[in-house]
Each structure stands twice: as structure tokens, then as C-alpha cells.
Ligand binder design. Structure first.
Ligand code: TYM
Length: 337
């Protein structure tokens, strides 16, 4: 076997994926193929923790699979699968809930934010970080590429792994989050103090990965900028422009310093137009591939089935070890003593 690190990440099958998801998620997943053995999971079990429509979930799961392959995930090199296809995830969540405290879960800021938006606060919304910890730990993942908003959940996964290892013996690799230096917190274009997300904030400030070019251009044209006219990356002082600079960097791969010097004295208007064009150029080929993949749900299902078979085989030994170390009786073959 090679010494390529094991990589795991998950993405929810709900809502339209945004430029923020691209930056903290998709972009990193594709990059990992070059140096690791990646498992990318469509976390459909997570999607039921807030209000949803069953038909919408089926649709969102296949659309997300299409989008993952369209951004460059290669099914030959990366394992892309749906969480619900691998029963170990639900089982691991239950087992790990024994080593996760109520107090730890209560401190999760994402639960606080999301529960405020719900009329019905499901128990699953509260325990979701345990399911997420299991996702990662089942694969003995060393690296977990995510955006900055998942930092606290990764910390919890590490704490849970350490507690389990201490209580029941060494079982899990302690995972590390991989958070990009730039673009780890893409903000809403209308409200640059707020994360870009489809669940909260002005829709006009949320760029979706499947937005048509004219829609993308309009959203950038109306993006909020700051007082002054300098194109400088200073998130506290100039949140709007700093966000646009980060988006430009994500879309083109250019470092922030070179973007600042290129637009020095150029004015906000031209800069906003250029950021929009860079994003259009980034998204157009992804959208074309997405459309053709989306037309073949049979093939998407087949690819997810292949991914699930590999994920099942990889996670099974860890799940068995968990049951065994926790003191459960190992089931024998039918008919045996
Ligand atoms: P989710 O589906 O909300 O987001 C998927 C990925 O996109 C990142 N992201 C962002 N990055 C930068 N700027 C933004 N505005 C932005 N918005 C979202 C997220 O950080 C994430 O990396 N709980 C996770 C899914 C999950 C998971 C896992 C992740 C379940 N199990 C195991 C890693 C490992 C979530 O809801 O991500």
C-alpha cells in the first residue's frame, strides 16, 4: 500500500450549493485527489435534521453527486458516496453518543444559529455533530478539508475520538481539519459580515454554483462595497472589498497580493466586473458538465453504488472494532453455538 493520507469530507444534500461551498468544499476535494485517498460523502442523513421534502431530498442527492463529479472528482481515484447507503454511519453515531456529552453539544454555535431559524427543532439537529464525528472516524481519516464554519465540529470529533481511545483502547486516528488560508469564509455579497449561505441572509448576495452568467454578473454588480476606493484586503476595515478579493483569488488562483497590486487605483466598478467575469469563467465549464451528468441519473446511481461498496468495505473493520471494544457480544454464524 502507498502512504497516501486518508482524507474524508462531507457535504449536505440540501439547498443549492454556493460559491462558499465551492471555496471551502469542492475546490479542496478535487485538490486532495493529487495527494491522498479521498472519501467524499453526500451526507443525506444530515439533511433530514431540518424541514425538507422527501422528493426534494432524492433530487438534491443526485444533483449534488452530479455537481461533485462536474467539479472534477474522478470516480476512479476518489470514493464519492451517499451516507445513507452505508449503515455504519448511523450505527457509529449511536455508539459515539455514549462518549459525547450534552454540554459539548450545547456549545455548538451552528446548533444555536440553526435552531433559531426552525419552528420545529429536531433532536437530530442537536445530535448532528455526533453523526459527523462518526463519518470521519469510521474511515480513520487523517485530514478533513472543510470551510471555517466546520472548525468547531472537527474539534468535537477530535475530542470524541480521544475520549473513546482512552476509555476503550486505541481505535481511532485523530483527524485534523484542513482549512484553506484564503476563501475559508466567503461572505454574503450584500451582507459581508455574514457567511454566504442559502439558509440565511439576502438571496441577492448568495452566488449559486448553478447560477447563469447574467445572474452572477448582476449579483456582483450590486455587491456592497466599503467607503473609500482602495482595493485592499483588510477584512475588519473593508469587509465587502476583502470578500471580493478572496473570491477573485479563489476563482483565478492568483494570490491576494497580486490582485491588490493589479487593481491598485483602478476603482471598485471595474474590479467588481472583473470578479464577476472570473466567477463566470470558473462556473461555466462546471455547469456544462453538470447538465450532461444530470441527464443520466442511472449512471449517477451506479457511481454512487460503486462508491458505497468501497466505503462499506473501508468502514466495516472500524465499526466492528467499536462494537467489540465497547463490550458487545460478537454475533456468530446462524446455527453456531
Ligand atoms: P455543508 O454542507 O454546510 O458545507 C459543505 C462545505 O462547504 C463549506 N462552506 C463554506 N466554505 C467557505 N465559505 C462559505 N461561505 C461556506 N459555506 C459552506 C463548509 O465548511 C463545508 O466544508 N456538517 C457539514 C457536512 C459534514 C462533514 C462531515 C464535513 C458532515 N459530515 C464530515 C466534513 C467531515 C456541513 O454541513 O457542511
Amino acid at each position: 500500500m502507498t502512504s497516501r493520507p486518508r482524507i474524508f469530507s462531507g457535504i449536505r444534500a440540501s439547498g443549492d450549493k454556493t460559491l462558499g461551498n465551492y471555496s471551502g468544499g469542492f475546490r479542496q476535494y478535487v485538490a486532495t485527489q493529487e495527494h491522498g485517498d479521498a472519501f467524499i460523502c453526500i451526507v443525506d442523513l444530515h439533511s433530514i435534521t431540518t424541514a425538507y421534502e422527501p422528493e426534494g431530498l432524492r433530487e438534491a442527492t443526485l444533483s449534488l453527486a452530479a455537481l461533485l463529479f462536474a467539479t472534477g472528482l474522478d470516480p476512479e481515484r476518489s470514493t464519492v458516496f451517499a451516507q445513507s447507503h452505508v449503515a455504519a454511519h448511523a450505527e457509529a453515531a449511536w455508539l459515539l453518543s455514549a462518549v459525547t456529552s450534552f454540554g459539548e453539544l450545547r456549545r455548538m454555535t451552528q446548533f444555536k444559529d440553526k435552531s433559531e431559524q426552525q419552528e420545529f427543532i429536531s433532536a437530530g439537529l442537536f445530535t448532528y455533530p455526533v453523526l459527523m464525528a462518526g463519518d470521519i472516524l469510521l474511515y480513520q481519516a487523517a485530514l478533513v478539508p472543510v470551510g471555517d464554519d466546520q472548525r468547531q465540529h472537527i474539534e468535537l470529533a477530535r475530542d470524541v475520538a480521544e475520549r473513546f481511545n482512552q476509555r476503550y483502547g486505541d481505535t481511532f486516528t485523530i483527524p485534523e481539519g484542513v482549512i484553506p488560508d484564503e476563501g475559508a469564509r466567503i461572505k454574503n455579497l450584500q451582507e459581508p459580515e455574514r457567511l454566504m449561505s442559502t439558509t440565511a441572509g439576502a438571496p441577492q448576495g448568495v452566488v449559486r454554483m448553478i447560477d447563469r452568467p447574467d445572474v452572477v454578473r448582476k449579483k456582483f454588480k450590486t455587491a456592497v462595497t466599503d467607503s473609500g476606493s482602495e482595493i485592499r484586503h483588510a477584512p475588519e476595515e473593508k469587509p465587502g472589498i476583502s470578500n471580493l478579493i478572496e473570491i477573485m483569488s479563489v476563482a483565478t488562483g492568483d494570490p491576494i497580493a497580486s490582485i491588490e497590486s493589479r487593481y491598485d487605483g483602478g476603482g471598485y466598478g471595474r474590479f467588481k466586473d472583473d470578479v464577476a467575469e472570473a466567477v463566470v469563467a470558473l462556473l461555466e465549464p462546471i455547469q456544462q458538465r453538470y447538465e450532461s451528468l444530470r441527464d443520466d441519473p442511472g449512471e449517477l446511481r451506479r457511481l454512487l453504488t460503486v462508491g458505497a461498496d468501497k466505503a462499506r468495505a473501508t468502514s466495516e473493520p472500524t465499526l466492528r472494532a467499536m462494537y467489540d471494544r465497547m463490550g458487545f457480544v460478537t454475533p456468530g454464524a446462524a446455527g453456531s453455538a
